[in-house]
Write a protein that binds this ligand. Structure first.
Ligand code: SDX
Length: 430
């Protein structure tokens, strides 16, 4: 294959085809394969989509080799240090940071949607108290499609915007209902004078009138929400886009994203990391578990380590580790054996040839659970917190896809290795 200017040539024994290159504004450009099958009879084969660009997007840019993450061009480090989650939500959806008035208007549009219909509230009574929070979130988000369906035109910008603010407003209330349903506690009340993150803590714990919001927790939660807000075409966002490409109800498409996020290879890793720390138990056991992670005959993986895109530090992990220090230092009893174990495990792994050779570094899920646990959340709620933050990313990508002039349903092909055509044999002949 030779490459010149804006195209590449693909040559086989019998033919040669010129494929256009679409230039990126930043990062890798792409080879446009739309004519490949027609002109060569060949499909491409990329089962986990490691090198496949599934869409055009303007939202988030990641450079895995350099450990870069930018929302609409703004580096994640600056956004985590200087913006709030609602500012970032505005930025992701609108493409620009908000003015004071923009932000106030945006906040009131989210707030106006923070009321759950009675039918949705009663849904939670149907869940067993041991039901996993992600099962309850997948179900309750999907249930919104039973209430908001008639009349939605997915290609209508006004309807897309209504959906965006509705799902952004409903999700924190669903998440707070899930938390309080499991705890047999009452949900706290939203307070206009509080920040978005302070209100999340109040909705969770505010049913106890003696509850006081710890500002260090509120700040750390806001940063966690910013860091988890979007991440390009990850598994759950791609699930939202693929489901949405059929023109399905947008709440049903978001439920597809929640379901995909639950997996331990994806957002479910933050819960799996804390389970893993519990299993490792003490620093003395670290080398045994590092050996298990390296043993190809053992399915054990070092949860919170490795990433499909980042072959360097996940910039979010660095920020979260720093937040961990701040949160734990703010606690009276700030010795947190789990945090010490995590840091020791990180140090040992990062010096081990196996992890170095494979560019395996801590990812966004390695330290986040330690902060959520310090705030008083059970590990089963960690992935729900990830989904709470990522809802703005999913909704933004769904809206970006719907704004495309031509919506094409996603429909991959396959490498078929099954039986060749053959004739039916009646049962008495078998
Ligand atoms: C998220 O995509 C996103 O953007 C996701 C996300 C987001 O914000 O949306 O960033 C959020 O999902 C973060 C990832 C959370 N998952 C985990 O922490 C689970 C543990 N990590 C792994 O399962 C794994 O690293 C993945 C799933 C994250 C990435 O897997 P890949 O890209 O498919 O890599 P691979 O499985 O092909 O691994 C390459 C090699 C293999 O060894 P060899 O066959 O080459 O000898 O690295 C090894 C793997 O065995 N490896 C690990 C490992 N991760 C990869 N070995 C031990 N422990 C690990 N964690």
């Amino acid at each position: 294959m030779s490459s010149k200017n804006k195209s590449v040539n693909l040559t086989s024994d019998s033919s040669s085809i010129e494929l256009d290159i679409k230039e990126a504004s930043v990062g890798p450009s792409v080879v446009d394969l739309k004519n490949l099958y027609k002109e060569t009879g060949l499909f491409t084969f990329d089962p986990a989509y490691s090198t496949t660009a599934s869409c055009v997007s303007h939202v988030t840019y990641i450079d895995g080799d350099e450990g870069i993450l930018e929302y609409r061009g703004y580096p994640i480090e600056q956004l985590a240090a200087k913006s709030t989650y609602l500012e970032v939500a505005y930025l992701l959806f609108n493409g620009e940071l908000p003015s004071v008035n923009n932000l106030q208007e945006f906040r009131s549009q989210v707030k106006a949607n923070m009321i759950l219909p009675e039918q949705t509230k009663t849904l939670f009574q149907g869940f067993d108290e041991s039901a996993h929070p992600m099962a309850m979130l997948t179900t309750s988000i999907a249930s919104l499609s039973s209430l908001y369906h008639e009349g939605i035109d997915v290609k209508n910008y006004k309807h897309q915007k209504e959906f965006f603010f509705n799902v952004l407003g409903k999700t924190p209330i669903l998440v707070a209902n899930i938390f309080n349903h499991r705890n047999h506690t009452n949900m706290g009340q939203y307070d206009e004078d509080l920040t978005y993150a302070e209100n999340i803590l109040r909705l969770f714990f505010g049913g106890d009138t003696n509850y006081e919001i710890n500002p260090v927790f509120a700040k750390a939660l806001d940063i966690l929400l910013v860091l988890h807000a979007d991440h390009e075409q990850n598994c759950s966002t791609s699930s939202v886009r693929l489901a949405g490409s059929s023109g399905t109800n947008p709440y049903a498409a978001i439920a597809a994203g929640v379901a995909a996020l639950w997996g331990p290879a994806h957002g479910g890793a933050n819960e799996a990391v804390v389970k893993m720390f519990g299993e490792i138990e003490s620093k003395e056991n670290i080398s045994k578990y590092i050996a298990k992670a390296k043993d190809k005959n053992d399915r054990f993986r070092l949860m919170g380590f490795g990433h499909r895109v980042y072959k360097n530090f996940d910039p979010r992990a660095t920020i979260i580790r720093e937040e961990c220090h701040k949160v734990l230092n703010a606690l009276e009893n700030n010795n947190n054996p789990m945090f010490e174990l995590a840091q020791e495990l990180e140090q040992i792994a990062l010096q081990d040839e196996y992890f170095i050779e494979r560019n395996l570094y801590p990812n966004v899920d390695f330290y986040s659970g330690i902060i959520y646990q310090a705030m008083g959340l059970p590990k089963e709620m960690f992935t729900v917190m990830f989904a709470l933050a990522r809802t703005v990313g999913w909704a933004t990508h769904w809206c970006e896809m719907m704004a495309q002039p031509k919506l094409k349903i996603g429909r991959p092909r396959q490498l078929y290795l099954g039986e060749e055509r053959r004739n039916y044999i009646s049962i008495d002949q078998r």
